[in-house]
Design a protein around this ligand. Structure first.
Ligand SMILES: NC(=O)c1ccc[n+]([C@@H]2O[C@H](COP(=O)([O-])OP(=O)(O)OC[C@H]3O[C@@H](n4cnc5c(N)ncnc54)[C@H](OP(=O)(O)O)[C@@H]3O)[C@@H](O)[C@H]2O)c1
Length: 253
């Protein structure tokens, strides 16, 4: 058996493709020969990524503007992506989102928006694309989640926990249709949101010293795991939560 990952003319939709983890996954898929549609609010950044992908020998990356905070935007994005793809989205990577520290007294609206971005939006997008995947008997969904070990109160942690439980449940429903759903739990991966908190090289060095590997993870290292999960070779891997965290989590099980 060849160790080469195969994608056989697949088309992927990647949210959060303007920055960080989603951007690295969109680029890696394009370099692997997959037709990629990227979505985020800053679609111009995805157009710039497309140029970069093509100069490196990858396929062009189409962009669609999309705000996950807007109820109903996921359904419109799914329809626009299917249209752009000429009928089939085979691979969905839910990488858009953000961590969201929150005060105990925060109003309901803030919690609701965090759930909208962190859970309702990726759930709606996935459910809109699943019937097509099931009908074609092939599909891959990877959701980028986050820690299950809260170190402070964050409104995104319960949304990520909901994604874990939902992804597992749906994976059972579509297991006989050639469709897999998995989650990747990032540790501390270099990204726009993390680097805002570490503006100088000294800040990064001090922060990285606390991590088991003494360094941040790179988005490309997480993209490598995502590429495996969406490949044809990963057909029997479904319903898992895969940490890509340099052994950051405390518990083995
Ligand atoms: N990096 C880490 O160490 C780490 C750790 C744990 C979990 N995560 C999770 O990994 C996922 C990816 O984050 P990242 O680290 O790659 O961060 P990032 O560099 O800040 O990228 C976040 C991406 O999500 C998009 N996004 C954010 N809010 C959006 C909205 N309202 N509508 C549409 N798109 C939106 C952003 O695009 P626009 O701003 O252009 O819309 C951007 O492309 C997030 O869910 C994050 O919580 C990351």
């Amino acid at each position: 058996m060849s160790m080469k990952l195969t994608f056989e003319g697949r088309t992927a939709l990647v949210t959060g493709a303007s920055q960080g983890i989603g951007r690295a996954i969109a680029l890696a898929l394009s370099l692997a020969g997959v037709r990629v549609i990227g979505a985020a609010r800053r679609s111009a950044l995805i157009d710039a990524l497309s140029e970069q992908a093509q100069s490196a020998g990858g396929r062009p990356i189409d962009s669609l503007g999309f705000d996950m905070a807007e109820p109903g935007a996921s359904r419109s994005l799914a329809a626009a992506a299917v249209d752009l793809a000429g009928g089939a989205i085979d691979i969905l990577v839910n990488a858009g989102g953000a961590s969201r520290p929150i005060a105990l007294q925060s109003p309901d609206a803030e919690w609701n928006e965090a759930m909208q971005i962190g859970f309702f939006s990726p759930r709606e997008l996935t459910h809109a694309l699943l019937p097509g995947m099931c009908a074609r008997n092939w599909g891959r969904v990877v959701s980028i989640t986050g820690t299950s070990e809260p170190q402070f109160l964050s409104a995104s942690t319960p949304a990520k926990a909901a994604l874990h439980a939902w992804s597992k449940g749906v994976s059972l429903e579509v297991a006989r249709n050639g469709v897999t759903l998995n989650c990747i739990q990032p540790g501390r991966i270099r990204s726009e949101q993390l680097m805002r908190r570490l503006p100088t090289p000294d800040d990064e060095r001090r922060y990285a010293e606390q991590l088991p590997m003494g360094r941040l993870g790179e988005a490309e290292e997480l993209a490598a795991a995502a590429l495996f999960l969406v490949s044809s070779e990963a057909a029997y891997v479904s319903g898992v939560v895969l940490p890509v965290d340099g052994s950051f989590r405390r518990f083995a099980f």
